[in-house]
Design a protein around this ligand. Structure first.
Ligand SMILES: NS(=O)(=O)c1ccc(C(=O)O)c(S(=O)(=O)NCCc2ccccc2)c1
Ligand SMILES: [Zn+2]
Length: 262
């Protein structure tokens, strides 16, 4: 699929976006084949400094729900890991399934998780706006964290409680003082990293992906609230449950996935 100029990305049916991505040879998500990943001793621990006061709002964009941060200053940053520059947190969101059997975008040795968290950051050393960075080679860094169903996640509950207020596409509510660090696993030193793309339009190939080896646990009931969200706006007749909002896996096209651990 990579040899041809266009790769056919089987977009999620609800997307009206382009079926093919020009020159797409570093698309996301992918399957991480553990035995084919290459340990890189140069990879450093992640350094996150998130200021909960930069949390601004939570909204339903008709694809997922996004928690957005004020990224006009360097208050919530990601450094270290595979990154040379400092990156600013702009939003985090999730992807999930209609049931616990699937929902994540990335997989590890083909293993699917019920959901996946993405923390989206942009390179504020090189660019002055997210919109610029999103079009550039080393513009974005996204941390991916797998979710497993188990015990209730106390930190997530504040976010779950806000979801009924943004049930429909286009709804926004103020959301403050949420520390996204509470959603990271205990161990953030062990991760895989590779160069890829956004998994939603415009699918630009500007992302350094950092996929955590350790998952977090959320309860079945907390995930059920994710599934109570709707893809559709209040005006539309047919209400469609917001589930299966993940992209299908893309060809590796010769890329190497590096690991920070042996
Ligand atoms: N799965 S992912 O991390 O690739 C991702 C998913 C959704 C979005 C989004 O904005 O909805 C984003 S985003 O915040 O990067 N926005 C991408 C679309 C966009 C491009 C340029 C300007 C505004 C939005 C990323
Ligand atoms: Zn995502």
């Amino acid at each position: 699929a990579c040899s041809s100029k266009y790769v056919l990305s089987q977009m999620h049916p609800m997307w009206q976006g382009p079926l093919a991505v020009p020159g797409g040879d570093r698309q996301s998500p992918i399957d991480i084949t553990v035995r084919k990943s290459v340990f890189d001793s140069e990879l450093k621990p992640l350094v996150t400094n998130y200021d909960p006061n930069t949390c601004q709002q939570i909204w339903n964009n008709g694809y997922s729900f996004l928690v957005e941060y004020d990224d006009t200053t360097d208050k919530s940053t990601l450094k270290g890991g595979p990154l040379k520059d400092s990156f600013r947190l702009c939003q985090f969101h999730f992807h999930w399934g209609e049931c616990n059997a699937w929902g994540s975008e990335h997989t590890v040795d083909r293993r699917l998780y019920p959901a996946e968290l993405h923390l989206v950051h942009w390179n504020s050393d090189k660019y002055s706006l997210f919109e610029e960075a999103v079009m550039e080679d080393n513009g974005l860094a996204v941390i991916g964290v797998f979710l497993k169903v188990g015990k209730r996640h106390e930190g997530l509950q504040k976010l779950v409680d806000a979801l009924p207020a943004i049930r429909h596409k286009g709804s926004v509510v103020e959301f403050n003082r949420f520390d996204p660090a509470c959603l990271l696993p205990i161990n953030t030193d062990d991760y895989w990293t590779y160069h890829g793309s956004l998994t939603t339009p415009p699918l630009t190939e500007s992302v350094s992906w950092i996929i955590m080896k350790q998952h977090i646990e959320v309860s079945h009931d907390q995930l059920a609230v994710f599934r109570s969200l709707l893809f559709t706006s209040a005006e539309e007749e047919a209400q469609k449950s917001m589930v299966n909002n993940f992209r299908v896996q893309q060809a590796l096209c010769g890329r190497t996935v590096r690991s920070s651990f042996t």
